[in-house]
Design a protein around this ligand. Sequence first.
Ligand SMILES: C[S@@+](CC[C@H](N)C(=O)[O-])C[C@H]1O[C@@H](n2cnc3c(N)ncnc32)[C@H](O)[C@@H]1O
Ligand code: SF4
Length: 388
Amino acid sequence: MSGIYIHIPFCKQACHYCDFHFSTSLKKKDELVNALAKELVLRNDEFKNRIVETIYFGGGTPSLLSIDELRFLIDEVYKNYEVSESPEITIEANPDDLISDSIVLNPAEVRPLTIFHDYKTIGINRLSIGIQSFFEEDLKLMNRAHNSEEAKKCLEEATKHFDNISIDLIYGIPGMSNERWIQNIETVLAFNIPHISSYALTVEPKTALANFIKKGIIKNVDDDLAQEQFHIMIEKLRDAGFIHYELSNFGKPEYFSRNNSAYWQGKPYLGIGPSAHSFDGKHRSWNVRNNSKYINSLEKNILPIETETLSTTDKYNEYVMTGLRTIWGVSLEKVEQEFGEKYKTYLLEQSQKHIIEQLLYLDDGKLLVTKKGKFLSDGIASDLFMLN
Ligand SMILES: C[S@@+](CC[C@H](N)C(=O)[O-])C[C@H]1O[C@@H](n2cnc3c(N)ncnc32)[C@H](O)[C@@H]1O
Ligand code: SF4
């Protein structure tokens, strides 16, 4: 099981909270798409004996690419890699891109509302739609490019064509009451969406949001309220038949993200595009986080990549971190087999205090976070880390 992630580093406008890599200028879109294809060709050796089970267009905003550009990239994957018979192919899409009758990205490129049909014809079978909130106040505060009406219209249209849909929602937004949050969840449920990814609004340094909070223009996020909203979501989604399979991800059975599940289970993946990360089981690597440098390097057939070899301790720490975030937990047997007795003993010793505080529990040889520990799982994991 392995996957290919393709990063599309363009957005129509910058959301105030976001520090992912993207440019709001689309001038270099053509060159960048060619560079992505070149990287796919240059790196096919790395996946020689692997079958690609998932292809994931992430961003930035992949829905800013035309159907021809997406088809071209998918074709390049098929030409250069062995792809399974029924791969999961996901595109992250912004609501406004999906419903505009004709988006003019440049005068030659006008796109009618056949987009869902077009996505299907090129093999895309999963949509991940960045709704974030259905309320105008929240969308404005975050500087999203869509409005509340577009968010709903988009889901109305999308559900006519796709059943494998995931929605991104953000909670803990300054000024968002629990009532508003509950309405957001209920709106998603009313559309019968089978997968939800939901994150607490994080104030990343150097973003516009951080600046507005510093200046007192926007209230700071309230961690206690965010925690309440996280627990409200867990209960509401559980009652609606969702499985909370990863800290920020909820899916109906059969609708877990195959791409992300593989990533959380430590399977190899190839990250194509500026700022994309890759993992081959032993090394972690990351591409340059700059569109021009990325394009220039690939024009010279040079991969703009840095690589680090993971030590046993690095691998143990990563496994603990991701394992605790998922329903698969941290397997003591796996820790012993892959990292050694020393690591298992250390893990058990370090977990004691959290087990007593009922933040962690052991079940069938697996260490898992309790309901109380869920919001704190990253902090708990860092207590279980071994120092290099
Ligand atoms: C980076 S975006 C890419 C997909 C698409 N452009 C979108 O906005 O939905 C993926 C997800 O990360 C979330 N995200 C990015 N920065 C965040 C932050 N500081 N706090 C919470 N969620 C964040 C976005 O809202 C989005 O749901
Ligand atoms: S959240 Fe998505 S749309 Fe907004 S700036 Fe980040 S990548 Fe772009």
